[in-house]
Design a protein around this ligand. Structure first.
Ligand SMILES: Cc1ncc(COP(=O)(O)O)c(C=O)c1O
Length: 390
């Protein structure tokens, strides 16, 4: 027997994972070389040299504590190195060790933040399209997701957000470059958003946190610089993942950080460390804390991703699709011809092209193509993509 809530989550759960699991069967029947699998943001590229080298060195010459429990917030020296990285790169100026908690990926970090700041029934504003696990993360920690659609060009809709920030709002989650739209948000828009949050916090007599989830910040194809919303607001929080920038999603390593200007920094940091433990993570994996400490600046080469993006954009445009070129990430989010994204995705699956329906991202009428794949898969996808106008 399972809980009613879990029954509902299972019924509405991520179709992406279901499709990805289905892809194993299709590959078995038709041969992996004949299936264009673009379901999951599970990078194909190997990790950068620096990461592999650090791993080899650690295995050859392990520090004495390598396999032991680490403090709940992470190894102090690792937290310090991350803080210095955030400061030096202008991502979170003034960050110090006690503003950082090392976590089991960005998903672990998000659950920790929510566990630490939500009371049951508190509202969390999500901007659609969103990373499909956000609503479940909010429910895990007894919050209530409130979804606000972005504008037609996938930028935050400030008027709609202002309307949604009510007396029960505790947090707004923002993610750019965005999964799935690929949009990078301009700094002026983020500044205006912060002003709205400040205004509504004052009006409601309650702090509204802004959580910036930024696993793709190094995967940008434009010259416009990335700005972390977390640095623009004293109640700003940041979650980060090494899954994408170092191509190590299976290793479960990331961190969270808080704006050094936060008046509640000490209390928040203690709550985050405790949440890491009591949610059952205990701490981030020790081996990978050591690896990332030795390879913080190692990032995947994004040129192959840029080529995939350009090649798929050309194919989509030639075949009559409406699509906004992604500024970053490794996703495309075109409009589905005919509007019904679930029907479109099922038809595409019949021709062995696996993509994810926009409904999964809270944004029907679109589909997502994850292009963190090899060139053969891109070529196959170009071949299999049906014309938008038949
Ligand atoms: C926006 C966003 N946040 C968080 C995650 C989860 O990252 P992690 O693997 O670190 O849990 C993903 C993964 O796809 C993502 O796209």
């Amino acid at each position: 027997m399972i809980s009613e809530e879990m029954r509902q989550l299972l019924a509405t759960g991520s179709e992406i994972r279901t499709m990805w699991e289905r892809s194993f069967e299709l590959k078995r029947i038709h041969g992996a070389e004949n299936v264009a699998d673009m379901t999951l943001g599970n990078p194909f590229a190997p990790p950068p040299e620096g990461v592999l080298k650090a791993l080899e060195e650690l295995v050859a010459n392990p520090p004495p504590d390598l396999h032991r429990y680490t403090p709940n917030a992470g190894i102090p020296e690792v937290r310090q190195l991350i803080a210095a990285h955030l400061h030096d790169h202008g991502l979170l100026p003034g960050a110090q060790r006690h503003h950082v908690v090392v976590t089991a990926g960005a998903s672990g970090a998000t659950n920790i933040v929510l566990r630490a700041v939500l009371d049951p029934g508190d509202e969390v504003v999500l901007l659609s399209p969103f990373f499909p696990d956000y609503p479940a993360h909010v429910l895990n920690q007894h919050g209530v997701p409130v979804v606000v659609p972005t504008t037609p060009d996938f930028l935050p809709d400030l008027a709609a957000i202002e309307e949604a920030l009510g007396p029960r709002t505790r947090l707004l989650i923002i993610n750019h470059p965005n999964n799935p739209s690929g949009r990078l948000y301009p700094q002026w828009l983020l500044r205006d958003l912060v002003e709205i949050i400040r205004k509504q916090s004052r009006k409601n007599g309650r702090i509204i946190y802004l959580l910036s989830d930024e696993p793709y910040r190094e995967i940008c194809f434009t010259s416009e610089p990335f700005t972390s919303p977390a640095k623009l607001y004293e109640h700003g929080l940041m979650t980060y993942s090494f899954s994408k920038s170092k191509s190590i999603p299976g290793e479960r390593i990331g961190y969270l950080a808080l704006n050094p200007e936060s008046p509640a920094a000490t209390e928040l940091a203690k709550a985050f460390a405790l949440a890491n433990r009591i949610l059952g993570f205990t701490s981030a994996p020790s081996l990978w804390q050591h690896v990332i400490a030795r390879s913080l600046d190692a990032v995947i080469d994004i040129e192959p991703l840029r080529r995939h993006r350009d090649c798929l954009l050309e194919a989509l445009e030639n075949k009559g699709y409406e699509v906004i070129p992604p500024d970053g990430t490794f996703y495309l989010f075109p409009r589905t011809p005919g509007g019904d994204d679930v029907a479109f995705v099922s038809r595409a699956m019949e021709s062995l092209l696996l993509v994810a329906p926009g409904s999964t991202f809270g944004h029907p009428g679109h589909f997502r193509m994850a292009f963190c794949v090899d060139q053969r898969t891109v070529d196959l996808a170009v071949e299999r993509l049906p014309p938008a106008r038949q």
